[in-house]
Design a binder for this molecule. Structure first.
Ligand SMILES: Nc1ncnc2c1ncn2[C@@H]1O[C@H](COP(=O)(O)OP(=O)(O)OP(=O)(O)O)[C@@H](O)[C@H]1O
Ligand SMILES: [Mg+2]
Length: 241
């Protein structure tokens, strides 16, 4: 088991955004997290990556408690993260966007190794020809690709991707699929938050469904899609998932 989340709760005043959620993720898994808007998916990723402090509960990474650590400490333990809205350095180039976190994270580093890793990652996500372009000039989909490349700079053991397919073209979606598949084959475990059921079906062996911060179902996408509570949670959209 790589990740063990126990009775995790996050309150924002009266609102309970994540309500007593427990889940485990095995090494090599690609776990999907789905649920209606506002169900607590992003908040859960923010808790695991240390961006939010939990109200209650425990988080263990490879058996070691991490819920008291700062985001950079959790990143250095091998947990990478991308954001629903890309958080890039807009006035820096594509390459600089990878160089800055590499330098910040690895205090003593071999410059040649860092350069090699950056080129490799940019080639992986198909952005090599744009390496000297300003991040602000990239398309929305290219920005998602850059965020994914940046997440992998730390050689993560666990990657948390928040809506990686939202608003990207089919070609870029394919690149993201193949990047995830290849990284997963190399041993990276994934948690993917997405509203796109076909993408979740293609990538994830298991999904967890959140509704109003509560874990209401867990299983294969086929299994949870038949669950009455899941259908009810999605009723607002007047369709089944
Ligand atoms: N920093 C915050 N302060 C106050 N409330 C917050 C904060 N972050 C999230 N929330 C609230 O917590 C709930 C869960 O939000 P969250 O962003 O986790 O949902 P989500 O499942 O990611 O939704 P979406 O599918 O729209 O991205 C929402 O009601 C949201 O308004
Ligand atoms: Mg979200």
């Amino acid at each position: 088991m790589i990740l063990d989340v126990r009775n995790l709760t996050k309150r924002f005043g009266e609102l309970i955004a994540v309500n007593n959620v427990s889940l485990t993720v095995n090494k090599g898994e690609v776990l999907g997290i789905i649920g209606p808007n506002g169900s607590g998916k992003t908040t859960l990723l923010n808790l695991i990556s240390g961006i939010y402090e939990k109200s209650n509960g425990e988080i263990y990474l490879k058996g070691e408690r991490i819920d008291h650590l700062m985001p950079n400490e959790i990143a250095l333990k091998g947990v990478a993260r991308t954001f629903q809205i890309p958080k890039l350095f807009r006035n820096m180039t594509v390459k600089e966007n990878l160089l800055v976190p590499a330098k910040a994270l690895f205090k003593s580093h071999n410059y040649y190794e860092v350069e090699k890793r950056i080129s490799e990652l940019l080639r992986f996500v198909g952005l090599e020809s744009l390496k000297n372009e300003f991040a602000k000039n990239l398309s929305g989909g290219q920005q998602k690709l850059l965020e994914i490349a940046r997440a992998f700079i730390i050689n993560p053991i666990l990657a948390l991707l928040d809506e990686p397919f939202a608003g990207v073209s089919p070609i870029i979606k394919d690149t993201i699929f193949s990047t995830i598949k290849a990284m997963n084959k190399n041993g990276v475990t994934f948690i993917i938050v997405s509203h796109e059921m076909p993408s979740i079906a293609y990538l994830c062996n298991r999904v967890i469904v959140l509704d109003s911060g509560i874990k209401i179902a867990e299983g294969t996408l086929e299994e949870v899609a038949k669950d009455v509570r899941v259908i009810e949670a999605y009723m607002g959209a007047k369709r089944r998932i």
